[in-house]
Ligand binder design. Structure first.
Ligand SMILES: Cc1cc2nc3c(=O)[nH]c(=O)nc-3n(C[C@H](O)[C@H](O)[C@H](O)COP(=O)(O)O)c2cc1C
Length: 327
């Protein structure tokens, strides 16, 4: 712990006052000031006037491909009850365009930068990872879980062998820590989580969006340009929470929880289920300042839960059968 933190604790003790709860968490080699970061694709540097980036535990970029791509045809977004569907299809400026433009703007934010990378086939992941490996970035987040791609995406993320191939292939090429973002669309998240860990992942992100569909009754077609899309937002929270619980039980590396989080209480639930940190996506579209409000609420919540350091919450779920009655 930083000596200034220890000094201020001692000062508080001597004065008989209580210091604020410590919100820092450690993900692999990375020490985050707090466990809150944006989910890939739901946040960009254009939010800087509304969000002090330096207050975020980290920023996570939109998924970058090695080469420029346009993404999917309209319509790309549809509102649903309890969440939204998207079929954005990962438009990308390519690694060169990203490096000279967006990356510099993320880096100016004053917190860790985690760069999400993607590809349609394994060799494209290797290409983008090598292109960006010399940049000042805290980690790569390997997106093997996008449901909206013409190729790759779920075909990679649902196979333990293909996940291992992509992760170990990148690991051989670059020294940057690798976080692996898993798909929820699997029968055993534990198997894929272990495959990613064994291939060299430093952390997992659980999880990406669920495959979903919405229908326009007037013409009986999908409301999205590509048919199906990714379902996100409050409706997926209990599903993501279960996946985090199962993944965290299967591995020893940290798990970053993602799916339907919008309050400090949600963050605490994910941490109790086993997450070390969290990502917030769809809630930012509804209220751009959500992440900052959540961070502001975490200290008082820790006090209410009687923890001095938020990391004390991680994986503390009581797995005994209960009556289901809440206090
Ligand atoms: C409009 C939109 C774009 C997204 N783009 C990406 C992306 O580029 N890469 C990625 O890994 N996940 C992407 N996601 C998925 C989110 O990062 C996140 O996993 C998902 O939305 C679940 O979290 P939430 O319920 O808090 O939104 C996107 C989600 C949305 C809604």
């Amino acid at each position: 712990m930083h000596s200034a933190v220890i000094d201020s604790r001692a000062h508080d003790r001597d004065n008989g006052t209580q210091s604020r709860p410590d919100l820092s968490v450690t993900v692999g080699d990375l020490v985050l000031g707090n466990p809150v970061m944006p989910a890939s694709g739901c946040f960009g540097p254009e939010l800087a006037p509304l969000i002090p980036f330096e207050r975020l535990g980290a920023v996570v970029t939109k998924t970058v491909f090695a080469r420029r791509r346009a993404g999917n045809p309209a319509h790309r977004l549809a509102e649903t009850s309890h969440g939204m569907l998207n079929s954005v299809g990962i438009p990308s400026p390519g690694s060169d365009g990203f490096r000279s433009g967006l990356l510099r703007r993320y880096q100016a934010g004053g917190t860790h930068v985690i760069v999400s990378i993607g590809g349609l086939v394994a060799s494209e992941y290797y290409e983008v990872a090598e292109d960006l490996a010399d940049e000042d970035i805290a980690a790569f987040e390997i997106n093997v879980s996008c449901p909206n791609l013409e190729q790759g995406g779920l075909a990679i993320g649902t196979s333990a062998e293909r996940v291992a191939e992509v992760v170990s292939g990148i690991k051989e090429l670059v020294a940057v820590p690798l976080f692996v973002k898993l798909t929820p669309t699997v029968s055993s998240i534990s198997e894929i989580a272990r495959a990613a860990q064994d291939a060299g992942a430093a952390a997992l992100v659980v999880a990406n969006s669920f495959s979903g569909l919405s229908i326009n009754l007037r013409n009986r077609s999908s409301t999205l340009g590509t048919g199906a899309g990714g379902y996100t937002g409050p409706g997926i929270k209990p599903l993501a929470l279960k996946l985090v619980h199962d993944a965290a039980a299967a591995v020893t590396i940290p798990v970053i929880g993602c799916g339907g989080i919008s309050t400090a209480a949600d963050v605490a639930e994910f941490m109790i289920a086993g997450a070390t940190a969290v990502q917030i996506g769809t809630a930012t579209f509804t209220r751009p300042t959500t992440m900052i409000e959540v961070i502001d609420d975490l200290g008082p919540l820790c006090e209410a839960l009687n923890v001095r350091n938020i990391s004390e919450l991680i994986g503390t779920m009581d797995n005994r059968v209960t009556t289901g009655l809440s206090l």
